[in-house]
Design a protein around this ligand. Structure first.
Ligand code: COA
Length: 374
């Protein structure tokens, strides 16, 4: 052990085919089914993007209306699930709540054979914001909220149920855009987990639950939460400049920087950064944006590392009034569309995923009876 295997972490290796997205491909950048992320973030709602990923094409007006109405009807949660969510303590990490909630939904509404896989995917997607906000309001305020709201978009429903008040159109659009940016991203760790689970012909709830567990870590989706915790430690640009240089000198990783695939920029960063800047102008704590900019500058100058999408997502979500531990669950909500689309794509042309390994253990070992061992 010690020296890293060439291609460790499967970096750069093609592990399968997809028609869902290109990530950092020369001349293409980030695209979902051929559409550039820049266009989608500016023009599409999250529901349009989810439909496109899950059904293969952009919806026309009738399809869009019936899809959004279907998702709205799926917002209600069964009483048994609400009871489980109510029993989860307030101190629990919200990612663990989503993991348990999705798994419980699978107990109550098992997928069975795969003939209704699109309905299963839509149901899980629509239930996610309800699971998160129901638990949050129950555990923090002892409330039993009705999640079956008629908000037009998932972003609007989420913000309204989380805070108990009606969000502005600007806040809804900011959240909506963040979900678009999070929706799909090739064979990243959580998506690959979902596909590996799907390759055993397991059910959709198991695939999504496994993916949530994988997204949770700070090297993946948990980076937006970790970035916020770091940003909040600094009270000014100067403070951030000195603090980040010290962290680098101590060989600490700065969360929200670097990427396993992109080498010079994450195309989602400028989209999310623009939102963070816009929201900062009416925020009560705009210094968070200034500190973020300073950290980005130091990382570029000192390490030649660029901000990934999670970095400015932190200040964006903060300006929307979202508690920091609920940042990564929003990543889950967006990415559930991509995970489910990948599960269906894997099922459509499946072979069980089973890579090989290089054995580095002892050549051979001679058995010694228990009483004779040192
Ligand atoms: N802060 C400080 N140094 C970093 C860094 C960061 N965020 N990201 C990478 N580096 C350094 C590494 O220490 C390494 O230096 P070394 O060669 O001297 O050891 C070098 O850059 C290569 O990084 P490495 O971790 O090998 O890249 P990777 O492809 O294995 O990992 C990430 C990619 C995303 C996991 C990694 O950049 C990271 O941990 N970033 C922070 C977490 C994060 O933001 N995750 C969200 C990704 S969207």
């Amino acid at each position: 052990m010690g020296k890293k295997l060439e291609g460790a972490g499967l970096r750069g290796q093609v592990a399968g085919e997809t028609a869902l997205s290109t990530v950092g491909k020369e001349g293409k950048g980030l695209t979902y089914r051929g559409y550039a992320i820049e266009d989608l973030a500016e023009k599409a709602t999250f529901e349009e993007v989810a439909y496109m990923l899950l059904y293969g094409k952009l919806p026309n007006q009738d399809e869009y209306d019936s899809y959004t109405s279907k998702l709205r009807n799926y917002r209600d949660l069964p009483r048994e699930l609400k009871n489980v969510l109510t029993a989860i303590p307030k101190e629990t990490h919200p990612m663990d709540v989503l993991r348990t909630g999705t798994s419980m939904l699978g107990n109550l509404e098992p997928e069975g054979d795969f003939t209704n896989q699109n309905d299963t995917a839509d149901r899980i997607l629509a239930a996610m914001p309800s699971i998160m906000t129901y638990w949050y309001r129950a555990s923090h305020f002892g409330e039993d909220i009705d999640t079956l709201t008629d908000h037009k978009t998932m972003g609007g429903q989420f913000l309204s149920l989380l805070t108990g008040s009606e969000p502005s159109d600007e806040h809804i659009r900011a959240l909506d855009t963040s979900l678009v940016c999070y929706a799909e991203h090739g064979f990243n760790a959580s998506t690959f987990t979902a596909r590996t689970c799907a390759s055993t012909l397991s059910d959709m709830h198991s695939c999504i639950t496994a993916a949530i567990g994988t997204l949770r870590g700070p090297l993946h989706g948990g980076a937006n939460e970790a970035a916020m915790e770091m940003i909040e430690r600094f009270s000014s640009r100067e403070d951030a400049n000195v603090g980040v240089k010290n962290m680098l000198a101590n060989k600490e990783k700065i969360m929200g920087f670097g990427h396993a695939v992109y080498s010079d920029e994450d195309p989602r960063n400028k989209i999310v950064k623009a939102w963070a800047k816009k929201l900062s102008s009416s925020a009560s704590n705009p210094v968070i944006y200034e500190v973020s900019e300073e950290i980005e500058k130091v990382m570029s100058e000192e390490k030649n590392l660029f901000a990934n999408t999670d970095f400015y997502m932190a200040s964006t979500y903060n300006f929307l009034g979202i508690p920091t531990p609920i940042f990564t669950p929003l990543f889950v909500i967006g990415r559930t569309s991509g995970w489910a689309a990948n599960v269906m794509e894997q099922r459509a042309d499946n072979r069980i995923i089973r890579p090989s390994e290089e054995y580095i253990g002892p050549e051979s070992a001679t058995w010694v009876d228990l009483q004779d061992r040192d």
